[in-house]
Design a protein around this ligand. Structure first.
Ligand code: ZN
Ligand code: ZN
Length: 273
């Protein structure tokens, strides 16, 4: 099994970090988690893309996590030779998001159908809304989800992927909570979006300080990892951006409370289990 941090950015545009998106390769399947800015560019870098995605999973509907969902839908539709459903799993509200996205794309859809004789059908998207429990269990891959806490964004979910005798947790944006503990218990890899509380609290920008109350701090991510017997913690979506030369500080903060392996992920980092 492999975990590839396709995009490790936060909402603020960065020259080096694409928007939030993580690829899990398990039992021959490419599973995409979130669709942030530039997701298909990063996917192309590891020779995958809309035709190869077995399922697209969404953690929540904040724009940084779904900004390129429309690109995934359009490219899956155009690049696949025949009508093939794109499977999207997400929390309640995902169907509405997909319906609105398809409505936004309606003109483009019309142009392409008018132009290509072989494209006589609209994008086919199959949505499964999930809340808590087993999402799927087939082909040697078991996926479960649990509610996370990112209020006022509701509902939000994280995912646990079990395959090849390994466990990966994709947490999304959340503060520590019971659902998160269940998802990452004994995980080999736990991917968590994080903020540096010590930096953000001292930046006099109320809109930035607001993010502290609904994200895990680096220390909290380390505590969650320690409490649940995680082997490796992967920090992603760092807020604020990482100042050059300070990468080790992020790792050290988590290591102060967690004995396992800690990585501050960059785009396209690959973790092989
Ligand atoms: Zn969010
Ligand atoms: Zn986010």
């Amino acid at each position: 099994m492999q975990v590839i941090t396709l995009g490790t950015g936060n909402p603020i545009p960065s020259p080096d970090r694409a928007g939030p998106a993580t690829l899990v390769r398990a039992a021959g399947r490419d599973l995409l988690f979130d669709c942030g800015r530039g997701v298909l560019m990063r996917a192309a870098a590891v020779a995958t893309g809309p035709m190869q995605f077995h399922t697209v999973f969404l953690t929540h509907r904040h724009s940084d996590h779904i900004s390129d969902l429309n690109d995934v839908i359009t490219m899956q539709w155009v690049m696949t030779p025949g009508p093939t459903p794109l499977r999207i799993v997400g929390p309640e509200g995902t169907q509405r998001l997909v319906d609105l996205t398809l409505a936004m794309l309606a003109e483009d859809t019309g142009y392409r159908m008018a132009h290509h004789e072989t494209l006589g059908y609209e994008p086919v998207v199959e949505v499964v809304e999930v809340a808590d429990g087993v999402v799927s269990d087939d082909g040697g891959v078991r996926i479960t989800c649990a509610p996370t806490e990112h209020s006022p964004v509701k509902p939000t979910v994280g995912y646990r992927i079990e395959a090849e005798d390994k466990v990966v947790c994709i947490a999304g944006d959340t503060i520590p909570c019971d659902g998160l503990d269940r998802l990452c218990r004994d995980a080999d890899v736990y991917v968590q979006t994080v903020v540096r509380e010590d930096i953000v609290a001292n930046i006099p920008a109320p809109r930035l300080q607001d993010v502290l109350d609904y994200h895990s701090s680096v220390t909290q991510a380390g505590e969650t990892a320690a409490r649940n017997g995680v082997k490796a913690l992967v920090l992603t979506h760092p807020v604020p951006g990482v100042a050059p030369g300070t990468e080790q500080e992020w790792v050290d903060q988590a290591r102060a409370v967690f004995d396992g392996e800690v990585t501050l992920a960059a785009d396209l980092d690959t973790f092989t289990l």
